[in-house]
Design a binder for this molecule. Structure first.
Ligand code: P6P
Length: 334
């Protein structure tokens, strides 16, 4: 039986053969992947783990935190603070960035994450995930603060997500395509199961929360109405809709078989550019999608070119099959 390539071997080959990633970044990705294994174990216990339900606290977004949100956040902080390859970390669950304590050496990378995305689905046993993004600490910075995280997505050196579904998978890019690993629970290793994920340029599947349709802006209404008109309409073909309400699950479906995932801004809070967070949700997902041949915009420009102004900035998201993203973006520009 041909033994599958492990995450370690995949990363060592990227480091050795292509000189693509320094050892420090390889080690960082491996530590994050190990933390995701631990989160997977906690999530998979469900009610037996005594960790379902609310933590009784709210995060910086004012949203109630699930117990597993807090556990996942602490797991990532504890796993990554001592390695010496990070200067600081930022999380959806923390108001401000977390600087590596002085008792540990600091490194040249910044790690950002949504420790448990889609956590509202946990109590109903629907797939959730961890999203992460890696930036470099800007040159000559000594005292790290939130402002050093405010880099456009094109500055990312690695990004990925773990999805805690029927199988636990890790989908990763270090800038040389997208690879998918499946957690082998018997050996505890991440086994390479897809080496070059590619998103088909065309699709018949779209993902959006249609209950918000009365709040959408005209370009989105026009685009969705055309999809719903099906083969009798201007698109000349029927479309299907999916909405898990767990970004990692919806995006993983797009990464696996194509589609377009949308969370547009809407008129409920017109001052808010969208619901999803730019730095640790939209940027890492956009890096993965573009590396797999797809596209990702906020309706007007590449998400990865948006210049962040605050750590928990939100952004509108249209990502997936290139032809569909380009079409809905063109409607915004009309
Ligand atoms: P809605 C989960 O809370 C999340 O941040 C994303 O994972 C998901 O895509 C979105 O919000 C779902 O939002 O408004 O449909 O519940």
């Amino acid at each position: 039986m041909t033994s599958r390539i492990s995450l370690t071997q995949y990363l060592v080959e990227k480091q050795r053969e292509k000189g693509l990633i320094p050892a420090e970044l390889r080690l960082l990705v491996e530590v994050v992947a190990r933390a995701c294994k631990r989160i997977s174990i906690a999530v998979s216990k469900g009610a037996l783990g005594g960790v379902l339900g609310d933590a009784g606290t709210n995060n910086v977004q004012g949203e109630p935190q699930k117990k597993l949100d807090v556990i996942a956040n602490e797991t990532l902080l504890e796993a990554n603070e001592w390695g010496g390859n990070l200067a600081a970390m930022a999380s959806e669950e923390m108001d401000h960035s977390y600087t590596i304590p002085n008792r540990y050496p600091k490194g040249e990378f910044l790690l950002l994450f949504d420790p448990l995305d889609g956590s509202s689905n946990i109590d109903v046993n629907i797939s959730v995930g961890t999203i992460f993004s890696v930036l470099r600490l800007p040159e000559s910075v000594v005292d790290v603060s939130d402002e050093h995280f405010l880099q456009p997505g094109v500055k990312q050196v690695a990004a990925g997500y773990a999805i805690y579904g029927p199988a636990t998978m890790l989908v990763l890019t270090v800038g040389d395509g997208v690879a998918a690993f499946t957690l082998d629970r018997e050996t505890g290793s991440w086994s390479l199961t897809e080496d070059q994920l590619r998103i088909p340029e065309q699709t018949k599947e779209f993902a959006i929360n249609s209950s918000n349709s009365r709040h959408w802006q005209p370009p989105v209404r026009r685009y969705i109405d055309e999809l719903l008109a099906g083969r009798e309409g201007p698109r000349g073909k029927d479309f299907n809709m999916r909405w898990v309400a767990s970004m990692v699950a919806d995006v993983h479906r797009v990464m696996s078989r194509g589609g377009i995932f949308m969370y547009p801004r809407d008129n409920r809070e017109p001052e808010k550019p969208g619901k999803l967070r730019l730095l640790y949700e939209a940027n890492p997902m956009s890096f993965l999608v573009e590396q797999a041949g797809g596209a990702a915009t906020n309706g007007l420009q590449r998400i990865m070119e948006v210049q962040p102004t605050k750590l928990h900035e939100r952004v509108a998201v249209f990502l997936g099959s290139r032809e569909e993203v380009e079409r809905v973006t063109s409607y915004h520009r009309d």
